[in-house]
Structures are given as C-alpha cells and as structure tokens.
Design a protein around this ligand. Structure first.
Ligand SMILES: [Zn+2]
Ligand SMILES: [Zn+2]
Length: 243
C-alpha cells in the first residue's frame, strides 16, 4: 500500500510542476523552496537546548539545557522544530491551515522526518482537535503531518489514542499562564486504549510549538497512562528569548 502510494506520488510529480511553497515560483528540485525564499526561512540548526529545542545563539556543549528547562524540566524528553516562526516563515504555516494548500504535506513531512533524532519505533500521535472543530475544518493538519512522517519512516500512525475532551478557546491571544490553564486536563486516553501506550515511545506531532503548553499537557497524560517517553515534533516554533 505504501509502495503504491509513493509510486502514485511520483507519477503525479511528473505531471504537476514543482513550486516553491512560499512564493509559488516553478522550481526544478524537490527542496520545496526557490533560491530566493530558501535563505529567508529560519531553519533551526544546532546548537539548541537538548530538551525543548530552543536555539542558542552561542556555541555550547552538546546536551546543554536552556534556562527555562534547567529550572523546570518539561514532561517530554525532546522537542524539535523545523524552523522558527517569524514574519518570513509564518505564511508557510498559515497557508497550511487552508485546504487548498495541503499539497505541501509531503514536503513538510519530509522536512520534519529529516530533523528527528534517532527514535526506536515510536507511535506517531497527532495533537488532536476537538471533534466540533474537526467537523468545521474537516481535517486536522497535525494528523496529516503525523501520517506523512509515519509513512516516510515506516512507523505506526496512531491518531485515535489521544482525545481532546475539552473544547478549549483559541490559544492565539492568551498569555503563557492562561494557555497552561486552558489546556490542563483538555486531553484524555480512554481506558480501553491505555494498553496500547504502556511502555511505548511516543512521537507527538503538531504544526506549531507556541508556548509548549499543549505539547506538555499531551505528554503528561501519555506518561500518566504508562508511555515510556514522549518526544515532540513540530513544523514551526515561536522562539522567545531564554529568560
Ligand atoms: Zn520562492
Ligand atoms: Zn529548553
């Protein structure tokens, strides 16, 4: 099935010219960005905090933690993101929230799979949307990314283990403290599915890491029901100064 899907994609690629995901210019290679847009996207590279992935702007030894993680270690083992969320990179994420831009999924999945540290057969779990929001939007972009990464790596895609039981208001205008309050106890795992998480490594996937509150709430519940460790992976990340 996976082989057929990739053959089908290659066939489609031959028919439709590749375009830059940012400006739409026709490009020849599969990197996804034209030579003008490529240097404008702030891809996150080492050195960064071993735990939360916050980039450091100075050289530091491998495995070092940022100030925030040193004071209060997040429940996930690692969090990694492809690029910083800035004026220049913002439209790559915003466009992805609209259905006519879903063709970027294979490219984004490839970028995300590429930056991952070695993980041993994790379950790929997307951060879920509440069903009412899913009903309105018809798709969950985190789920599309998780399915793509599972496909690329040959890992198990497990979208139904984690549920969003509480409909939380949009996080956009809330302070960090309000966001944490907002998402606490918003997620759950139904009793009959806990067995599938026992002792497992989890790769939790979302489109953007903003304060980390959502990923932390998901990681907490997954660990509580017996997961061995949780790693988080997002496409974009809001990088705030390390205070
Ligand atoms: Zn471009
Ligand atoms: Zn950190």
């Amino acid at each position: 099935m996976q082989k057929n899907l990739s053959l089908f994609r290659r066939f489609i690629d031959l028919l439709i010219p590749l375009r830059c995901v940012k400006c739409g210019l026709i490009i020849e290679k599969e990197e996804g960005l034209c030579i003008t847009c490529w240097p404008r996207i702030p891809f996150i590279v080492k050195p960064y905090c071993f735990c939360c992935g916050r980039p450091f702007d100075f050289e530091i030894e491998e495995g070092a933690l940022c100030g925030v993680c040193s004071r209060d270690l997040p429940p996930y083992t690692t969090a990694r993101s492809v690029f910083s969320y800035t004026e220049e990179s913002r439209d790559l994420i915003l466009k992805f929230k609209h259905a006519d831009y879903l063709s970027a999924t294979p490219l984004y999945g490839k970028w995300m799979a590429h930056i991952l540290d070695d993980l041993k057969d994790p379950l790929c779990i997307p951060v879920p949307l509440h069903w009412t929001r899913l009903f309105r939007r018809t798709y969950n972009q985190a789920a599309l990314l998780a399915r793509e990464i599972a496909l690329i790596k040959g890992w198990v895609y497990a979208p139904s283990l984690l549920k969003r039981k509480k409909r939380t208001p949009s996080q956009g205008y809330l302070t960090k403290k309000e966001r944490y309050k907002n998402v606490t106890r918003a997620f759950s795992v139904v009793d009959s599915k806990k067995i599938f998480l026992k002792g497992k490594t989890i790769l939790l996937i979302d489109d953007v890491f903003t304060t980390g509150a959502t990923l932390e709430a998901c990681a907490k519940i997954l660990l509580k029901v017996g997961a061995k460790e949780v790693h988080a992976l997002t496409l974009g990340r809001v990088v705030k100064p390390d205070l």
